[in-house]
Design a protein. Structure first.
Length: 187
């Protein structure tokens, strides 16, 4: 199967064609944000204050990158476990977030919000932080530097290899993948 090219920020129409299991090469602007940044974003929304970046069509990578070694724009940039953002994600999806990148299962409220608003969850391979960092051509700190690795950064990515783990039609690779494997094994 050939990889699908996806550029972010993106419109909902692009997202609706993706299916769990599709391979994606992601390019464009991606923001890093983990637990502490998500908590702050939700607090800003609740107070009616602006976020450090526009959520409409945005992609958030659940990543706390390592410091950049000499000659590189970023250090290792592997995914963190996504469920830690699940209590915050439905509100951000409702406000326009369209792409989330991380590793591991998502909760039912997140999957339901993805279905309702047209969002997708892309899985990055854990342990492949150096490979993923090689797809990042620019990195700029944009909010909350006191959070260290968990600060919000604006990344420019080119052909980042990802897999659609959950789609806007309630397809969930964490459900269908093991079932397909067992069926093939037992056939």
């Amino acid at each position: 199967m050939e990889a699908i090219r996806l550029t972010v920020p993106c419109a909902g129409d692009n997202i609706l064609t993706l299916r769990a299991g599709d391979r994606v090469l992601l390019s464009g602007t991606v923001y890093t944000a983990r637990d502490a940044a998500h908590r702050r974003m939700v607090e800003l929304i609740e107070r009616g204050e602006p976020l450090p970046f526009e959520l409409s069509g945005a992609a958030i990578y659940y990543c706390g990158p390592a410091p950049a070694p000499p000659g590189r724009v970023i250090g290792s940039a592997g995914p963190t476990t996504s469920y830690r953002m699940d209590s915050y994600a439905p509100l951000l999806i409702a406000r326009g977030l369209r792409v989330m990148i991380g590793k591991g299962r998502r909760s039912r409220p997140v999957l339901d919000a993805m279905h309702e608003y047209g969002a997708v969850y892309l899985a990055a391979t854990g342990g492949a932080g150096a490979l993923l960092a090689s797809c990042i051509t620019d990195c700029e700190l944009i909010a909350w530097p006191e959070l260290g690795a968990e600060a919000v950064r604006r990344l420019t990515v080119r052909d980042m290899p990802l897999t659609v783990a959950a789609d806007a039609m309630l397809g969930d690779l964490y459900e269908s993948g093991p079932a397909a494997y067992l069926a093939a094994r037992d056939a």
